[in-house]
Design a protein around this ligand. Structure first.
Ligand SMILES: Nc1ncnc2c1ncn2[C@@H]1O[C@H](COP(=O)(O)OP(=O)(O)O)[C@@H](O)[C@H]1O
Ligand SMILES: [Mg+2]
Length: 297
């Protein structure tokens, strides 16, 4: 499995390195998005790659874009990434990149929660609500919510944590009409994806979508979609309310990091080889369980 920690593509102008993705301009209306094997935990990027993780994420997103295309337009152009880079750069993009429409990002992330876990569970224990939305009393950790909840978050600058905001705050930031559209589309996407995943024995506990606007103001789904990085996937056969189920993501890394005395700020501590291997295995298992197909290397 070839591994890629950071791209070095010189034939295109670099737009920037995100935590996980490297973006390059393709003309003035498209971008090449390369998903690297970097892993971030607690919003800090680890020093070691998880070999093949970027391919898993990219192929998961492609899978969902295709499956959910009837609900909302997305950023894919169909242009082959291999065709926009120089011959000696093809290896860096193979199986892990897309050429996307260059959109104006909407600076609010669309979080949908179907189950009560993570920061939502903490919030509920403290306040009886999640992000200000009142919930019935007596819910257990990881319990299915009566209806999926939409809980927006303001997109943070690099190095900062995203911040939960109320729906009213979202409306004042981006306008009531766009806020309502984002909410309705996000819930429809979540429901369709959760229904499909259930047929594969997977629960999608929660997820985060990003949207952008094209030059005509049309809202598009962009970035990564329903990957193991942007979602909590639980194997349905080991799910039970009252405890935190094992998930197909960076749980191994997070659990390892919790054993250290580390302040969860950069620089990241070194990851032992067995944590890297187990994390890699989880990502590979996730795409196979979800799509029924092995990673296309
Ligand atoms: N079609 C698109 N047009 C413009 N920006 C995009 C598009 N798709 C994704 N992005 C942006 O590209 C970046 C992807 O890099 P990533 O490593 O995920 O960043 P982050 O550290 O912000 O999560 C994000 O800032 C995302 O909002
Ligand atoms: Mg991201």
């Amino acid at each position: 499995m070839n591994s890629l920690y950071q791209t070095s593509i010189h034939s295109l102008p670099l737009l920037g390195h995100g935590k996980v993705r490297d973006n390059y301009a393709v003309g003035d209306d498209k971008i090449l998005i390369v998903t690297t094997d970097r892993l971030s935990a607690f919003d800090v990027v680890m020093n070691e790659p998880i070999p093949g993780k970027g391919m898993v994420l990219n192929q998961m997103s492609d899978f969902w874009f295709e499956k959910l295309g009837h609900i909302v337009p997305n950023h894919l152009t169909g242009v082959a990434p291999e065709s926009v880079v120089a011959a000696d750069e093809v290896e860096q993009v193979k199986g892990r990149a897309v050429v996307a429409k260059r959109l104006k990002p909407i600076m609010v992330e669309a979080v949908v929660r179907g189950y009560i876990i993570g920061s939502g569970w903490k919030d509920y224990q403290d306040t009886g609500s999640i992000c200000g939305i009142k919930l019935p009393a007596g819910l257990q950790q990881a319990e299915k919510l009566p209806e999926p909840l939409f809980t927006p978050a303001a997109k943070a600058d690099l190095g900062e944590h995203d911040e939960n905001i109320s729906f009213a705050d979202m409306e004042s930031r981006i306008g009531a009409e766009l806020a309502a559209k984002m909410r309705d589309v996000s819930i429809a996407l979540y429901k369709a994806a959760a229904d499909y995943a259930a047929t594969r024995g997977i629960i999608i506990a929660d997820t985060k979508f990003e949207f952008g606007l094209d030059d005509n103001g049309v809202m598009h789904l962009m970035d990564e979609v329903l990957t193991a990085d942007s979602s909590r996937f639980w194997p349905a056969d080991s799910y039970a309310p009252g405890m935190s189920p094992p998930s197909f993501d960076k749980q191994f890394v997070r659990d390892y990091l919790e054993t250290l005395t580390w302040g969860k700020t950069a620089p990241a501590p070194a990851l032992p080889a067995d944590v890297i291997d187990k994390t890699q295995a989880k990502y590979f298992e996730a795409i196979e369980r979800l799509t029924g197909q092995k990673l296309k290397a």
